[in-house]
Design a protein around this ligand. Structure first.
Ligand code: NAP
Length: 458
């Protein structure tokens, strides 16, 4: 894949970038390692000052950053601007809370371990490699980088090849805020060059957000090097609607949750599992609302759904839909890519999806919803969990017994009751099953890249 900005709304290559030479990659690893040694001598307060300054820059530049995001991956300008501001907010969150999250703990009774004093403390690990996707080109990086840097680590970013301008913006942001040169560096390299970087002895850990195959590949290299790994992979989140649900709210949330980010978020709801009593009404109202969305130029303020980010992403999505329809699924709305420039795909609702169709098991990365009919709550739970993924989930119900059943029974890293899945700096984020390993955000997210050191004193 070339390292280039290809505008998804037009299909035009706007800028191409040369990959960094092996010598440049070595120089960047060396500078990240030097910066780590420098950072270990700084305190939380100093790093928090730099992080706040970087957040202020990002916020002040939110309009330019939004235009860049939209140009590179096609989300609407309003959503791109919200991403920039959300990222600045997360930077401030970690600037303000890192010291408290990494405070460690002291044993009340050290005599239990034959010590006069015993405690645990968190220390940074070193240079961490981050392999990141294009779908939230600023947010995905910040939610790793802000905690990692606040803990005292340094970072190397291998960003997706189709968002090089975002990679270069981030390359400078933390240094502009005051962090030492090298504390955060972007590597303009293809995916095939990740292995050598990860095997470098100065790189001590890796985090990857992206597809399952990429995650498996990077994790196997990290495993062979005995390096810590965090994986945030795909999802096919269930969105369950029970008879007691507020149907107006459920339909509105279903539309928002399936089409946010042009349908290309890991935590978009992708499978809608609806109790038989309200299934037909839900399908009718959901299909109507999906069909009414304005699809088009993501820089136009009236647009609600822009293009998919890549040509291959659109053809992959179209193949999933075509396979389902060929095997008997019904497109209630959408289902056909339009002619013309850009990688647009219409909001689509399918019913009659079964296990013999690829869509049943695979992640639909675009605005395509599969609606399933469930006979009762247990049947809904069975369908919801009949997936290899386990990222997030949502359930709409006013019934406390149903709520308890789904909160306990959904195999996922999160459950949203009467709402849609969203990431917040305050809540841990991550998956179970094939959706990943480890957690980002909150106190757990900053501890992922720390050495938890036990201290025992005679
Ligand atoms: P992808 O192809 O896996 O790419 C993600 C990143 O991994 C890119 O930087 C890519 O580089 C790199 N990469 C790909 N194959 C690699 C390999 N074998 N070794 C090392 N690096 C490799 O993912 P995508 O299709 O762009 O992104 C969509 C996927 O990400 C979806 O499955 C989505 O659900 C998931 N995602 C998950 C989360 C989460 O938090 N759980 C968040 C967002 C997205 P190149 O661009 O150079 O190929």
């Amino acid at each position: 894949m070339p390292i280039a900005t290809l505008n998804p709304a037009t299909g035009v290559v706007e800028r191409e970038f040369a990959a960094h030479s092996p010598e440049e990659v070595q120089a960047r690893i060396a500078s990240a390692h030097r910066a780590y040694l420098d950072l270990t001598a700084t305190d939380f307060e100093t790093r928090a000052g730099w992080m706040h300054a970087a957040a202020d820059l990002l916020e002040a530049e939110a309009d330019e950053v939004a235009a860049m995001i939209t140009r590179e991956m096609g989300k609407t300008l309003a959503q791109a601007r919200a991403e920039a501001l959300k990222s600045a907010n997360a930077m401030r969150f970690y600037a303000d809370h890192a010291a408290e999250f990494l405070d460690g703990r002291t044993l009340d009774d050290p005599s239990a371990v034959n010590a006069s004093e015993a405690y645990v403390r968190f220390q940074p690990l070193g240079v961490v490699l981050a392999v990141m996707p294009w779908n939230y080109p600023i947010w995905q990086v910040i939610r790793f980088a802000a905690p990692a840097l606040m803990a005292g680590n340094t970072a190397l970013l291998k960003h997706a090849s189709n968002v090089p301008q975002a990679a270069l913006y981030l390359d400078e942001l933390f240094h502009r805020g005051g962090f030492p040169e090298g504390a955060f560096r972007s590597l303009l390299i293809p995916a095939a060059a990740v292995e050598d970087v990860l095997r470098d002895r100065r790189v001590v850990a890796v985090t990857l957000t992206g597809s399952e195959p990429a995650g498996r590949s990077v994790a196997s290299i990290a495993g062979s090097e005995v390096k810590h790994v965090v994986l945030e992979l795909g999802g096919s989140d269930p969105f369950v609607v029970m008879p007691s649900a507020d149907l107006d709210g459920a339909v509105a949330a279903a539309v928002a949750s399936r089409t946010a980010n042009n349908g290309q978020a890991c935590i978009n709801a992708k499978r809608f599992i609806v109790h038989a009593e309200v299934h037909d009404e839900f399908v009718a109202r959901f299909s109507e609302a999906m069909g009414a969305l304005v699809v088009g130029d993501p820089t136009d303020a009236s647009t609600q759904v822009g293009p998919l980010a890549t040509a291959s992403g659109r053809s992959d999505l179209a193949e999933l839909v075509d396979d389902a329809v060929a095997k008997g699924a019904v497109a209630r709305v959408g289902g056909m890519a339009p002619e013309g420039p850009g990688w647009f795909y219409p909001p689509t609702v399918l019913t009659g999806v079964g296990p013999e169709m690829r869509l049943y098991a695979e992640e639909a990365f675009g605005p395509v919803a599969a609606v399933y009919r469930a006979e009762d709550a247990h049947d809904a739970l069975r369908i919801a969990n009949d997936t290899t993924f386990g990222l997030s989930s949502a359930v709409w119900t006013q019934d406390p017994a149903d709520e308890a059943l789904f909160v306990a029974g959904l195999q996922a890293g999160a459950v949203f009751v009467n709402g849609m899945s969203i990431s917040y700096p305050e809540l841990p984020f991550g998956g179970v099953k094939d959706s990943g390993v480890g957690r980002e955000l909150s106190a757990e997210g900053i501890r992922e890249f720390c050495n938890l050191k036990s201290v025992w004193k005679a």
